[in-house]
Write a protein that binds this ligand. Structure first.
Ligand SMILES: NC(=O)CC[C@H](N)C(=O)O
Length: 356
């Protein structure tokens, strides 16, 4: 069955339908350069309302396993691939990627020249696109995304009562490996939705607060910024991706939409405090404006080496910091994983009265 991918600029790509064959959708067309980790990527809630193009030419060859999901459902709207593996080889695989997409009601398109498509996205920027069963006569596309939809993303909590570190995680669309990474280090994690007030969080007696990743434009989360300002006065605070952008906004920095964003698992990031470079997993289309940080109490702690975008912030003198990349990886390299240990060290120092 044929499928049509129509871009906002009028370009049309014709391919073969896969996944939920007949489903038609609209979304923001983005690309990821990750060579592996398609299951983690597709279930990452930050991809809500986005059509993911995989630049790696063969996707699906190790199937779908039971413990790789980053949220209970496929978050992406659709998938664009050059080739979807017809045979699956992996001892943990329980189904093919094609069946996984079909079950989730998510359509895909294969047989696409993803190199050509990615060059178009790199030139024009991420744009709206649609996936249809017939050629589109009128490509007026509307892909607006409401924050309400974001807030409803699934949450899960698994307390481990015996450990003193208690992280309250504000869930803007959290990936499960953020929760797992904290729990593996012995933290008790309680998840709250972004309509939580400072008082709600205070009543949970956290030793620290984590602001999660999440989809959409950080400026749409304005309502939560006053809560962040109160939190950073009282608790160790760690922001990841969207959480990093919100920490910047809460302190007066600006964010902007990047041309085509960073989506992949080999983005080099330089720590400006140590000069160390780490290879990181990334998935974001917005960034904190480095120059705007000068007028805030925050400090830029890291930049992406290729385009010098802001990758880290901290509040000097306070146990408050954030990163634009994903220390929990899933998919991606684990080099930045130690940031969770740093967060725990900050929480312990704060509990022992060693910091503000
Ligand atoms: N992974 C994330 O948290 C993404 C943050 C934000 N939605 C962006 O695209 O920049």
């Amino acid at each position: 069955m044929k499928k049509y991918l129509t871009l906002e600029n009028g370009d049309v790509f014709v391919g073969n339908a896969c996944g939920a064959l007949c489903k038609e959708i609209k979304g923001e067309l983005v690309f990821t350069t990750s060579m592996t980790g398609y299951q983690e990527t597709l279930t990452d809630p930050s991809y809500t309302n986005q059509i993911i193009t995989f630049t790696y030419p063969l996707i699906g060859n190790y199937g779908i396993s039971l413990n790789a999901n980053q949220s209970p459902a496929v978050a992406a709207s659709a998938v664009v691939m050059h080739e979807l593996a017809s045979t699956v080889f992996h001892y943990q695989s329980v189904m093919s990627l094609n069946d996984f997409l079909d079950k989730a009601g998510v359509p895909g398109i294969t047989g696409i020249d993803t190199r050509k498509l990615t060059k178009i996205i790199r030139k024009h920027g991420t744009m709206k696109a649609s996936l249809t069963n017939q050629p589109l006569a009128d490509s007026q596309l509307n892909t607006s995304q409401s924050v309400e939809q974001v807030v409803k993303s699934a949450t899960f909590t698994t307390p481990q009562d015996e450990h003193p570190d208690h992280v309250v995680l504000v869930d803007f669309g959290v990936k499960s490996n953020i929760v797992n990474s904290l729990q593996k280090l012995g933290c008790n994690v309680t998840i709250v939705t972004p309509d939580a007030s400072f008082k709600d969080i205070e009543q949970l007696h956290p030793t620290g607060v984590l602001l999660s990743n999440g989809p959409g434009d950080p400026e749409d989360y304005e309502a939560f910024l006053p809560v962040i300002r109160e939190l950073q006065d009282h608790y160790p605070l760690f922001g990841i991706c969207l959480g990093h952008q919100l920490l910047g906004l809460a302190n007066g920095a600006r964010t902007y939409k990047m041309v085509f964003g960073h989506r992949g698992i080999n983005h080099p990031v330089k720590n400006l405090l140590t000069n160390e470079v780490v290879i990181t997993s990334q998935n974001h289309g917005y960034a904190v404006d480095v120059d705007s940080v000068n007028d805030t109490p925050l400090e830029v702690t890291a930049v992406e080496i290729n385009d010098k975008t802001c990758e880290g912030l901290r509040y000097p003198g306070r146990p408050v910091f954030s990163v634009q990349y994903h220390p929990e990886a899933a998919p991606g390299p684990h080099e930045a994983n130690r940031l969770f240990n740093q967060f725990i060290d900050l929480m312990n120092a704060h509990t022992n009265g060693e910091t503000k």
